[in-house]
Design a protein around this ligand. Structure first.
Ligand code: C5P
Length: 232
């Protein structure tokens, strides 16, 4: 799949989401549906957005025993999304079970991406809460390599890590990067940000942008600005 800008539709109702997407009359942005919207509106919102012609990244970050993840992925497979994800912390057998669950009869499947360490986890909590003593960068790269070994297609990471992930796991291993802001925009709660143009230079395959587009005075213009910076 080609490089693209994905809009994080972090709304909590079907109505708000569809009203937002109605504004895009001359283009069909790639849409990320996360836990908030999925739990509020259910699988129907995925079907509706798909029916309208958008590509979908279903960001549910599955993490459970392999058998449960395999069965959950079989359900998601029938929603026919384009990208979905799991936590690499679930281990290689869990990621392999996820891939098997996602595969259709003809062998085709959605792209499967791993979350390495959440960007909300810092070194201190890695050590004290999770008892992982290695440096965060090493943990992220190790989890990315595990995802590759399991046959996954890429990882969610900071655009600042995209180059290192490609160096370790290959150029074809996808990096999906949130934490993207316009040069003249507010970083909000994102700690380490890059502009779409910088993310392009850093090698991001997909950038995920939420509030800089969803909260903009003119979301369509903001989206087109991101596309122009990232893709041209
Ligand atoms: O509004 P904003 O552009 O910060 O949205 C970023 C999106 O990417 C949100 O849906 C957020 O949950 C998601 N995300 C993130 N950082 C991660 C993983 C996911 O910001 N490490």
């Amino acid at each position: 799949m080609a490089r693209d800008v994905i809009i994080a539709c972090d709304f909590n109702s079907k109505e708000e989401t569809l009203a937002f997407l109605d504004r895009f009359t001359d283009c069909k942005p790639f849409v990320k549906i996360g836990m908030e919207l999925y739990y509020a509106a259910g699988p129907e919102i995925v079907r509706e957005i798909k029916k309208r012609g958008h590509k979908i990244f279903l960001d549910l970050k599955l993490h459970d025993i392999p058998n449960t993840v395999n069965k959950a992925m079989k359900v998601l497979r029938d929603l026919d999304v384009d990208i979905t994800n799991v936590h690499a912390a679930g281990t290689i057998p869990m990621m392999e079970a996820a891939i098997k669950g996602l595969e259709k009869e003809d062998g085709k499947r959605a792209l499967l991406i791993a979350v390495t360490q959440l960007t909300s986890t810092d070194q201190e909590h890695l050590e004290t809460d999770l008892l992982i003593r290695e440096p965060m960068e090493e943990v992220v790269m190790h989890y990315a390599e595990n995802a590759k070994k399991a046959g996954l297609d890429g990882v969610v990471c900071s655009p600042l890590e995209a180059g290192a992930v490609h160096a370790r796991c290959g150029e074809g291993f996808l990096t999906i990067t949130p934490g993207v802001r316009f040069a003249d925009g507010d970083a909000q709660d994102q700690k380490r940000v890059m502009t779409p143009k910088e993310a392009k230079k850093a090698g991001s395959d997909y950038i995920v942008m939420g509030r800089p587009i969803t909260q903009a005075g003119d979301p369509v213009m903001a989206y087109k600005r991101a596309v122009k910076e990232f893709l041209s």
